[in-house]
Ligand binder design. Structure first.
Ligand code: SF4
Length: 388
């Protein structure tokens, strides 16, 4: 799946020209208006009438780029995931995409100073060598949609193969894994896909890979020795949700051995109230804005508990109805929902982080060198606050 043709204009900051990958990315682009600009130049006015998904900026990052996932309000549990925001924005069109709200920049951004990013990453991993990190590139982008993201992913897989205390997660709704299959990953990369029933993909995830394409790509990734992950996020209400999500899980396990799955997340639709108008404006045919939603403790709209709880319960029961089921967790849910669905909840974000490490240690022998100790996860961890 190639989205290069979507870019109508490409800006290249002068400093980015020193990075070899910049030319490599440009070589993959069809001939488009390309312009080299000083690093301080603002082109926002020039592209005011263009969708930021159609404008590309190649530049170098300033400041830290490996950071903690912002998560949400303290009322909900988050998992201390870490993110590398090398790519920002995405060429696909999901009606519910939170980037419509969060990203307020005139272009899709690709940082080209890979070497510096990897130095920062290694330094941060070394500083807390006794704990295990999960780090992804799919927070402000799809990890594999744009060639510049795939180039980064290829190098990152090699870098992570030599970091004993971290796993890289590449999260996608594409099938762009071909260039990754031959790379020596040493088991330290997880290839992940977001899943929804095909009916929901058709209505709400435009320009993404079909369900069967995602599962076929995942199977190929597993055959190449990669660990896998899946994200049932966002789970969307549909009049036939029981049938659709039940069939989705049957389909998943038909294609994928649960023992290859490192983790599965669940999270129901949520977005800031002010995003509602944008969704109606951009995706007039979607039913998303008209579902019954309530304002959660973090101010975001969510399905009311009586609506989202049975969806979680059904999905969880089906996902765990296999021997040796994968580790399943909620993304941004309350301890109450955890208890009602799983029968227990982590005491804190740090505890959830530790539970991941414990589960990986038990299910994938050799992946984590030493048995994880809770104390190493409880120390008020934040990459941002670590001393230089
Ligand atoms: S694939 Fe992800 S990042 Fe891209 S539009 Fe859909 S939700 Fe947003």
């Amino acid at each position: 799946m190639n989205y290069n043709h979507q870019f109508r204009r490409i800006y290249i900051s002068e400093s980015s020209l020193q990075d070899s990958v910049t030319q490599e990315i440009l070589n993959k682009m069809p001939s488009r208006i390309q312009r080299i600009i000083p690093d301080t130049y603002s082109f926002a006015e020039e592209v005011r009438d263009l969708d930021p998904k159609t404008v590309l900026l190649l530049t170098r990052s300033k400041g830290d780029i490996v950071n903690g996932c912002p998560g949400t309000d303290d009322s909900y549990l988050c998992c201390n995931y870490q993110v590398i925001n090398q790519t920002q924005n995405c060429p696909m069109h999901c009606s519910y995409c939170i980037l419509q709200f969060y990203l307020n920049q005139p272009a899709t951004v690709l940082y080209t100073n890979y070497d510096e990013i990897f130095i920062e990453l290694k330094q941060k991993m070394l500083r807390q060598s006794k704990r295990f990190f999960r780090i992804g590139t799919g927070e402000l982008a799809d990890s594999l949609a744009i060639d510049g993201s795939v180039l980064f992913a290829k190098q990152a897989i090699r870098v992570f193969s030599e970091i004993p205390n971290a796993l890289l997660e590449l999260k996608s709704k594409t099938t762009n894994i071909h260039d990754l299959l031959q790379i020596e990953h040493n088991g330290h990369t997880v290839l992940a896909w977001s899943l929804n029933p095909q009916e929901i993909i058709r209505q709400n995830e435009l320009k993404t890979a079909q369900l069967i394409q995602r599962l076929t790509a995942a199977r190929k990734a597993a055959e190449a020795g990669y660990l896998l992950a899946f994200h049932f996020d966002p789970i969307l209400f549909h009049p036939h949700w029981k049938k659709l999500y039940g069939e989705l899980i049957d389909e998943l396990y038909l294609h994928i051995d649960p023992e290859r799955i490192a983790w599965i997340s669940m999270g129901s639709l949520r977005f800031p109230p002010s995003m509602k108008e944008k969704i109606i404006d951009r995706y007039p045919n979607t039913a998303i804005p008209y579902a019954e939603m309530v304002r959660g403790m973090d101010g975001k709209l969510r399905y009311a508990r009586p609506l989202r709880l049975p969806m979680y319960q059904l999905i969880y029961q089906k996902l765990t109805a296999v021997s040796n089921p994968p580790f399943i967790y909620f993304c941004m849910e309350s301890p109450l929902i955890w208890k009602e669905v799983f029968g227990k909840a982590p005491d804190s974000n740090a505890h959830l982080d530790f539970m991941f490490a414990e589960n990986l240690y038990q299910r994938f022998p050799g992946l984590i060198p030493e048995e994880p100790r809770r104390i190493n996860y409880d120390e008020g961890f934040s990459l941002d606050q670590l001393p230089d």
